[in-house]
Design a protein. Structure first.
Length: 183
């Protein structure tokens, strides 16, 4: 076996010895490893463009992984984009990976692995903590909108938000009319 270039995508804290073992068994000698920790911002933080705290947490995850693997490999790390596919794409621009290793992220749907396979690189998962959710069209659509890759025009999002506000206003009006009628 020859030394390999391994891209490790860390979704959760990687303090497990399984990560060391997985990296050590990939190649003869120390592999080159790049760690990417996608930013995990909630919907409200993303809508408010307030991802600073989430980015700081992602940087901590990347640094912890670097520290864990410092004896096993030549390593560098970074916090990535909110969209894991874009985070991997950004990392691959400066790093020629032979394999993508996903650590954690069982809450991500199966569409993530399918999306990552489009890069033509072997994708494996180091997560025995739970089953991976099935692929969800809604999550894929939301991921596309959040990352700016959606083929749907922005009008769809604008119209759906306005329709939701209209329904909410109608419900509030009905409650006010009901209260006025009871008094």
């Amino acid at each position: 076996m020859v030394s390999r270039n391994l891209l490790v995508v860390v979704f959760e804290d990687a303090t497990r010895p399984e990560l060391r073992e997985a990296v050590a068994e990939r190649g003869d000698g120390p592999p080159r490893v790049r760690v990417v920790a996608p930013t995990r911002a909630g919907l409200l933080a993303w809508l408010a463009t307030d991802e600073d705290r989430a980015r700081s947490e992602a940087e901590v995850r990347a640094l912890e992984s670097e520290w864990i693997l410092s004896d096993e490999a030549e390593i560098e790390g970074e916090a990535g984009d909110v969209d894991p596919v874009l985070a991997v794409e950004d990392a691959l621009r400066g790093f020629d990976a032979d394999e993508i290793l996903l650590v954690g992220g069982a809450a991500e749907d199966g569409g993530l692995e399918v999306s990552l396979r489009r890069f033509g690189i072997l994708v494996s998962r180091l997560d025995q903590s739970g089953p991976v959710r099935g692929r969800s069209q809604v999550r894929e659509f939301a991921r596309g909108i959040r990352s700016g890759r959606s083929k749907a025009p922005p009008f769809v999002l604008f119209a759906s938000v306005n329709l939701t506000l209209l329904v909410l206003a109608a419900l509030i009006a009905l409650v006010v009319i009901l209260i006025a009628w009871l008094l």
